[in-house]
Design a protein around this ligand. Structure first.
Ligand code: 6PG
Length: 477
């Protein structure tokens, strides 16, 4: 046994992780259900490092130094359980199975508990950065036991992206914490993508800019506080022309956004924990709305401003306003996502360090951005920060942006340009800062029809008004 780590499941993500490990001087055992993939990897990339190709589960396990570290890179769900069932009986106490796919954190909790019974470590690990990230340096979010991180951490830190010399990898917390944080990462990713897409739609719809011009606007934004991977690639997508037709690429792509499900999980969990992640929810629903072709066809003729007629009355300053609205909405989206991690951490007893999460998202992952360093700073200054919106720099930046933000949302409403992301972010901001919310009236309604009781602002206790019999009578419930 001479491999320090092994990878089973050699589709592109698994292959690239294995290559990344080997390129960093680690001996990597390889295994795949069908051996052709293993052979292909060695044929094409064997010269990059030290690989130990194996063909059976037994051979794979034998190739690994103890404690064995097996990275499982297969489809989330049943395939993961099948691989665990195949390998667990071959392992010995102290060995570590690492699930580096996008598993649901509840599955990870279940698997971790079951394997812990058998003396094995199970490490559900978030890995972000797509194919390129996996090869050149992803952001890595391992959960599982602290002791498993002692032997696994150095390997992962070695192959992770680096920002100012610091690896974008940290032990997130026990059992499902790593996959939970990766799930919220993806929720934020949905939100960020939606906000950028709305910015594009606004610049086009209100100013009449062509996609290539908007690419330039985004490139400029990318030199400032919005500097991020998603803005950078958006500019490239917008500048791209379809070779077949010569039209802007974005105009030949069907406008139906798909999803593999991590955004949906984030929203479901937000509902379960009662965390208002409205930005992520709107972004997820915006994708499903776009895919409802029949619904959209049925509604196509409904009255409202049309794009070309609506333009006008919008000054060139509008592009700057959109930058501000995007920034402010983005702060809201991240504030919500970090609150969800805070709530998940409390619910499941993970003790997640939010500053450390922001730090490992600074590089390697899809939402990597300069911005995350500011978030890291905010949580370093105050670990229990109730919301990013109330912290020093973010607070003043959002306050400064709010006039532009409001004007962008009202322009969108006037021109009939749908901006669910911008609108919900602003509504969240206004709801949070409100002195009083109409929730008081909702409580009254509930008490009226269902005797659900309410609390008062001036006295402790629960109360019910006998609405039908005598509305002047109030009883303590
Ligand atoms: C990443 C990405 C990656 C992937 C997701 C999103 O962090 O590297 O988030 O996990 O792109 O599967 O895909 P959907 O948009 O299909 O949900």
């Amino acid at each position: 046994s001479r491999a320090s780590i092994g990878v089973t499941g050699l589709a592109v993500m698994g292959r690239n992780l294995a290559r990344n490990l080997a390129r960093h001087g680690h001996t990597v055992a390889l295994h795949n259900r069908s051996p052709q993939r293993t052979r292909d990897l060695v044929d094409q990339f064997g010269s990059e490092g030290d690989f130990v190709p194996t063909h059976t589960a037994e051979e794979f396990v034998r190739a690994l130094e103890r404690p064995r570290k097996l990275v499982v890179m297969v489809k989330a769900g049943t395939p993961t359980d099948a691989v665990i069932d195949e390998f667990a009986p071959l392992l010995e106490p102290g060995d570590i199975i690492i699930d580096a796919g996008n598993a649901h954190f509840a599955d990870t909790r279940r698997r971790e508990a079951a394997l812990r019974e058998r003396g094995l470590h199970f490490v559900g690990t978030g890995v972000s950065g797509g194919e390129e990230g996996a090869l050149h340096g992803p952001s890595i979010m391992p959960g599982g036991s602290a002791s498993s991180y002692d032997s696994l951490g150095p390997l992962f830190e070695d192959i992770a992206a680096k920002v100012d010399g610091a690896p974008c990898c940290t032990h997130i917390g026990p059992d499902g914490a790593g996959h939970f944080v990766k799930m919220v990462h993806n929720g934020i990713e949905y939100s960020d993508m939606q906000l950028i897409a709305e910015s594009f739609d606004l610049l086009r719809g209100a100013l009449g800019y062509e996609p290539a011009q908007i690419a330039d606007v985004f490139r400029t934004w990318n030199t400032g506080r919005l500097d991020s991977y998603l803005i950078e690639i958006t500019a490239e997508v917008l500048a791209h022309t379809d070779p077949a037709t010569g039209a802007p690429f974005v105009d030949v792509v069907a406008d139906e956004a798909e999803q593999k499900g991590t955004g949906r999980w984030t929203v479901q969990n937000g509902l379960e924990l009662g965390v208002p992640i409205t930005g992520i929810a709107e972004a997820t629903f915006a994708r499903s709305l776009s895919g409802h072709t029949e619904l959209r066809r049925a509604a196509r003729g409904l009255a409202g401003p049309t794009r070309s007629a609506a333009r006008g009355g919008v000054s060139e300053r509008f592009a700057d306003d959109v930058e501000q609205a995007l920034y402010a909405s983005k702060v809201v989206a991240y504030a919500q996502g970090f609150n969800q991690i805070q709530a998940g951490s409390a619910e499941y007893g993970w003790n997640v360090d939010l500053g450390a999460v922001a730090a490992v998202w600074r590089g390697g992952c899809i939402i990597r951005a300069k911005f995350l360093d500011d978030i890291r700073g905010a949580y370093r200054a105050e670990a229990g920060l109730p919301t990013l919106l109330a912290s020093g720099e973010f607070r003043s930046a959002v306050e400064d942006a709010q006039d532009a933000w409001r004007s962008v949302v009202s322009t969108a409403v006037r021109l009939g340009i749908p901006t669910p992301g911008f609108s919900t972010a602003l509504a969240y901001y206004d709801a949070l800062r409100a002195e009083r919310l109409p929730a008081a009236l909702v409580q009254g309604q509930r008490d009226y029809f269902g005797a659900h009781t309410y609390r008062r602002v001036d006295r402790d206790g629960s109360f019910h008004t006998t609405w039908a019999a005598d509305p002047r009578a109030e009883h303590e419930a």
